[in-house]
Design a protein around this ligand. Structure first.
Ligand SMILES: [Zn+2]
Length: 81
């Protein structure tokens, strides 16, 4: 698995697996445009924990809504991976 670049405000960053301390660094999320404690790189931008969590929730909800009519059992038990 390739390493995921992370920026931590006032602490530093990990880019391509390399730790770099930088007390002046500011972690800004490209999705919500907020300055946060830490962001992870996603494609061309960055995402904070809140935005990442929202997307995980969206995955679960979408799978539930799209797959639910076909399923006979409890949909939440099928949410894996
Ligand atoms: Zn965000």
């Amino acid at each position: 698995m390739p390493s995921i670049d992370v920026h931590v405000s006032q602490a530093g960053s990990i880019v391509a697996g390399e730790l770099k301390t930088d007390p002046t660094i500011v972690a800004k999320c490209t999705l919500c445009a907020r300055t946060v404690e830490a962001v992870a790189a996603i494609g061309e931008g960055t995402a904070c924990a809140v935005c990442l969590r929202e997307r995980l929730d969206a995955l679960s909800v979408a799978r539930f809504r799209l797959c639910e009519p076909k399923s006979t059992g409890t949909p939440w038990g099928k949410v894996t991976g």
